[in-house]
Design a protein around this ligand. Structure first.
Ligand code: ZN
Length: 172
């Protein structure tokens, strides 16, 4: 017989797996990010030691950006925000996403259909936690942002699932 707690944990686990966008049939593919309109290209690289990052960032930002952590869903500053403006990298200020491409994916993390500029974000295959996913990072400082999945809205069909801790917001 299941206790309430077991049922709750089961639901939570299912939810996490669904949100992680795990798709075994596509497990060997890395999502190809289609050509996007370049709004701003920032190519100045920021290189700091982990000690320097630790001093600059909050513990939560450091955990996500530098240690590739994931914030708990529905807990971040931006998952439920509809304000108009720009989302920048919390570590280096690089312009990453526009609120115009933000959409409600229902998964508890801020979700975007495209990057502000293709060159501002780099992506890489990530096989951690027993899943094949595509990690996205800030192209300027290498900070971990989240993952990109191919179940987003048309036409690009992408869903950038990003940690709030990786972002700062500039209202426009
Ligand atoms: Zn950055």
């Amino acid at each position: 017989m299941k206790t309430k707690q077991q049922i709750f944990l089961g639901v939570l686990l299912l939810f996490f797996v669904a949100c992680a966008g795990q798709k075994s049939d596509k497990s060997t593919q890395t999502i190809t990010i289609k050509k996007q309109k370049s709004i701003m290209i920032d190519t100045n690289k920021v290189t700091k030691t982990e000690d320097e990052w630790q001093k600059q960032l909050t513990p939560d930002q450091f955990y996500v950006l530098r240690q590739k952590g994931t914030e708990r869903p529905f807990t971040g500053k931006f998952w439920n925000s509809n304000e108009k403006g720009e989302y920048h990298c919390a570590a280096c200020g690089n312009y990453l996403f526009s609120s115009q491409t933000k959409f409600d994916a229902g998964c508890g993390w801020p979700s975007f259909s495209e990057a502000a500029a293709e060159k501002n974000i780099i992506s890489k295959a990530d096989s951690s936690h027993g899943m094949m996913r595509t990690e996205v990072m800030c192209a300027k400082c290498g900070g971990h942002l989240g993952h990109v999945f191919d179940d987003g809205p048309k036409p690009a069909g992408l869903r950038y699932c990003i940690n709030s801790e990786s972002l700062t917001f500039e209202k426009k």
